[in-house]
Ligand binder design. Structure first.
Ligand SMILES: Nc1ncnc2c1ncn2[C@@H]1O[C@H](COP(=O)(O)OP(=O)(O)O)[C@@H](O)[C@H]1O
Ligand SMILES: [Mg+2]
Length: 594
């Protein structure tokens, strides 16, 4: 075995770069945070090829004095903390002194800076971490950092980069996060010579509207709660504005964007009974607390935090959100269930339901229960080839009662009531249908490809640039899933085909859900490791919604399909899809024969 030796500085920086600046967007985040720490009022970002060819950030902040300029590129050199006490109280975004050294180690970097009192600017250039001598330069007060050819000397890292479009999408997301957290900061973003964002200093609400759209902004509730030195404020969208992916979720702790499980949990809990579990709430929230009460030095990118008293933060957040939501709940929730809505003998609350627009529906009218209320049966015709009264009556005539019996009626738009030789069967029609669609998709994918159905009228949707790039990158995998999607402009997608089993679902919602699934780790990963989850998401979108009135033949078709489908006794979330109430149980309820 070779002997132990100490790594040289450059190699250490290159290793650190893999953690701190693993992609252009991470480098951009670090540079923007440096501008904020330097009290900039305006920043300009310029990118070429998703930031890989050029990543340039200019600001009008404090600048760096001439004698400190070489230090700025050194590892563990920072102006922001000096002692352990400083670290525990840290109020700046940076403090590890790693970012510039890491970026310099993996790029060709130029740093030009001028303080307000200096006669002119100074510039240093560095090539893969080796800095040349300083030279005078002409520039206004502030700092400009240009990193070219990111990862040119670390080919392994460069290989991991995605298409420029995807990298740009991530950069844009970083830009938006900073923009939301600092509405007073003027910001521009230029990509490949084209201006993508030009944001003037604004009040928070205007900035939010600019970045997240009017639809979001007009659906929001304002929140501002304070207790025991902790404050949370910002905007949450009322539950009717919800998303199929977690994209409109911005949470900042002391001005820093974070993804934190504790926070995510508190939010989910607060939205629990006003939002269906596969829809996500939208919000821009700021948590402020004494820096000593939160450790931001958990991860090199500082996107995770650790609270000194996690329980208290969780509780505070949960209560603040619940209070804000209380105003909207009454109108958003379904009416309480009637005593007949039972599951395994215990009364259960039916969670809120949504239609495809995401709006919650009101409970069905009393009169809708019963036989005969027909609606176009397209969905069921498409799904259940065996549907039809002829077959049912043939079976009935032979006196064979199938295990799940024959449908009697539909209850409250939610349950199918059926009679078999043991007694009454109650089926949760959405859950059951979801399971059937899911199992079908699984079988089709196991046989390599999900059958596709072209849409008569292709659907277009507004999409982020990142989503457009995802589609371009993952065409093959999407086709395997039964989708044909293409770019229809820089911020628009067109859906040409969807999986045949899902042809009655809203194609736009479906496409969004699938893109959401592949967003994080790419389609290959989603297909391998999260395959079932992904199919379940698709199935849920396609399954018949509560409140859809079914005819008796449609109900019987559903029962027959359940009998033919593996694992149809549970929905994809593990809840039962049907339950039997025997004649004996019914007799007991009515004290018959006692
Ligand atoms: N845009 C900027 N304006 C002024 N000073 C900067 C800027 N960027 C970096 N610096 C200086 O360079 C130092 C090193 O930056 P960095 O490597 O990001 O470490 P950190 O931000 O953790 O201190 C900072 O502490 C700061 O003094
Ligand atoms: Mg920094």
């Amino acid at each position: 075995m070779p002997s132990i030796r100490v790594l040289d500085e450059l190699l250490i920086s290159q290793i650190a770069a893999g953690e701190v600046v693993d992609r252009p967007a991470a480098a951009l985040k670090e540079l923007l945070e440096n501008s904020l720490d330097a009290h900039a009022n305006a920043v300009q970002v310029e990118l070429l090829s998703g930031g890989v060819k050029l990543l340039k950030v200019g600001d009008d902040g404090d600048g760096i004095a001439q004698d400190e300029l070489p230090l700025a590129l050194r590892r563990h050199a920072t102006s922001k903390i000096a002692t352990l006490e400083d670290l525990e109280q840290v109020g700046s975004l940076g403090f590890r002194g790693e970012a510039l050294a890491s970026i310099a180690a993996v790029s060709q970097l130029t740093l030009t800076s001028r303080t307000a009192s200096a006669k002119h600017a100074w510039r240093v250039q560095s090539n893969g971490g080796t800095a040349a001598a300083m030279e005078p330069a002409a520039a206004p007060a502030g700092t400009v950092i240009e990193a070219r050819e990111l990862y040119y000397n670390t080919p392994a890292r460069r290989k991991f980069l995605r298409t420029p479009g995807t990298e740009f999408g991530h950069c844009e997301e970083v830009f938006k996060r900073i923009a939301l957290s600092r509405p007073r900061l003027a910001m521009t973003l230029i990509h490949n010579g084209r201006c993508q964002w030009r944001l003037a200093p604004h009040a928070f609400v205007q900035r939010t509207r600019e970045l997240l759209g009017e639809e979001f902004e007009s659906a929001t509730l304002t929140l501002d709660e304070q207790a025991a030195g902790v404050r949370v404020h910002g905007l949450i969208a009322s539950p009717t504005f919800n998303r199929s992916v977690r994209d409109y979720q911005y949470f900042f702790v002391n001005g820093r964007f974070v993804r934190d499980r504790l926070i995510a949990h508190a939010v989910r809990e607060a939205f629990h009974d006003v939002l269906h579990q596969d829809r996500y709430p939208a919000f821009v929230l700021f948590l402020e607390l004494d820096p000593a009460k939160v450790d931001v030095n958990v991860h090199p990118t500082k996107s995770e935090v650790r609270f000194r008293d996690p329980g208290a933060v969780h509780q505070f957040l949960f209560h603040a959100l619940t209070k804000a939501l209380a105003a909207t709940k009454a109108g958003a929730l379904r009416a309480p269930p009637s005593p007949s809505e039972i599951e395994g003998g215990k009364p259960v609350l039916i969670s809120a339901v949504h239609d495809h627009s995401g709006a919650m529906r009101s409970p069905p009218q009393q009169g809708s229960m019963g036989l005969g209320a027909m609606q176009p049966a397209a969905l069921y015709d498409a799904l259940f080839h065996r549907a039809g009264e002829a077959e049912d009556s043939a079976e009935a005539a032979q006196g064979v009662v199938p295990p799940l019996g024959f449908a009697l009626a539909q209850l409250a738009g939610v349950y199918v009531l059926s009679q078999n030789d043991k007694g009454l069967i109650v089926v949760d029609m959405h859950a059951a249908h979801e399971r059937i669609v899911y199992e079908r998709l699984k079988t089709a994918l196991e046989a390599d490809r999900i059958p596709t159905q072209s849409l008569l009228i292709p659907a277009t949707l507004r999409a982020s640039r990142l989503e457009v790039a995802l589609v371009e990158e993952n065409g093959q995998a999407l086709r395997q899933l039964g989708f044909e999607l293409a770019a229809a402009g820089p911020e628009a997608l067109i859906v040409r085909s969807v999986p045949a089993a899902l042809c009655d679902a809203d194609p736009v919602e479906l496409a969004r859900a699938v893109l959401g699934e592949i967003h994080e780790d790419g389609a290959a990963h989603a297909l391998q490791e999260r395959r079932d989850h992904m199919l379940a998401t698709m199935a849920c979108h396609a399954a018949v919604r509560a409140n859809r009135i079914l005819s008796v033949p449609e109900m019987n078709a559903l029962l027959r399909e359940m009998e033919a489908t593996e694992r149809s006794g549970q929905c994809n979330h593990g809840r039962p899809t049907w339950t039997q109430i025997s004649m004996a149980e019914l007799d007991r309820l009515f004290q018959r024969g006692q």
